[in-house]
Design a binder for this molecule. Sequence first.
Ligand SMILES: [Zn+2]
Length: 117
Amino acid sequence: MFNDDLKRRVRDATNLVDLVQASVGKLTRAGRNWKACCPFHNEKTPSFNVNVEGQFFNCFGCGKKGDVFTFVMLTQRCEFPEALKILADRAGIKVEPADPRMAEQYHREKEWKSYLY
Ligand SMILES: [Zn+2]
């Protein structure tokens, strides 16, 4: 159900800067990146960096780092499937095929593939 294609689509549709902004409120531009006060530890000087091109974050203060999924997992305290669902909903991407026949076909293809390999 949580295949790489879905993961990629959700990641492509999610802007990490927007996501961080919604959580920490304020980001400042630092060259090509963005900086903010870390949501995971207390600090007055921003050491939380958001890399726009790579869509990942890292904090020089507490060492937390990751991508959009990790950010949601850490801020919402949830597991990966839940983080994927939250971001998919946010981006308007359906996690499961809406048509039951499509779901059936999807499962059959999966079985067929696992039979092949
Ligand atoms: Zn930190």
